[in-house]
Design a protein around this ligand. Structure first.
Ligand code: THU
Length: 160
């Protein structure tokens, strides 16, 4: 009989009353920056805020293109900028928020596959997990302790 490999992935659901100050601050930054996203095609505005070990926070949003595949997600935009400019400072947490143009409520959002692989890259580089905080509606965060929870069976070993 074939062997089976099973993994359990889990997200913590954190209601607004239990958000830490740091979580509220990161979510606020993600909400603010999504308003400046360039998303005329999908009309789905996304913001991502990245916390580094030295306490600094950077934020970016999705930037779409008339040639659709050229667009970049908020998560990769902020990670590329920050990891390019501060390559030795460990990223600790990334918060993500999204909203459809014309709607007031925040949408359910989780990072796409390419962004998950990108987060994995920086977990590998620094040898530690990056917490992922995903705003779900107005009053709830879905929290992943690390990329393992969003990308089980990921490709993270090369030549071994
Ligand atoms: N998008 C992000 O920026 N991050 C996500 O986590 C999900 C998707 C963007 C890509 C595209 O500009 C738009 O949202 C619709 O997919």
């Amino acid at each position: 009989m074939n062997r089976k490999i099973e993994v359990t992935a889990s997200l913590e659901v954190v209601p607004i009353e239990l958000w830490t100050e740091e979580e509220s601050m990161l979510i606020t930054k993600a909400k603010e920056i999504l308003e400046s996203a360039h998303a005329p095609y999908s009309k789905f505005l996304v913001g991502a805020a990245l916390l580094l070990e030295n306490g600094s926070v950077f934020a970016a949003n999705n930037q779409e293109n008339v040639s659709f595949p050229v667009g970049i997600c908020a998560e990769r935009a902020v990670l590329s900028y920050v990891m390019g400019n501060y390559p030795r400072i460990k990223p600790l947490k990334i918060a993500i928020a999204a909203k459809r143009i014309g709607e007031d409520i925040y949408a359910y959002v989780t990072p796409c596959g390419i962004c998950r692989q990108t987060i994995n890259e920086y977990e590998m580089k620094f040898g530690s997990s990056i917490e992922i905080l995903m705003l779900n509606g107005q009053e709830e965060i879905l929290k992943a302790k690390g990329i393992e929870q969003l990308l089980p069976f990921r490709f993270n070993k090369f030549n071994s």
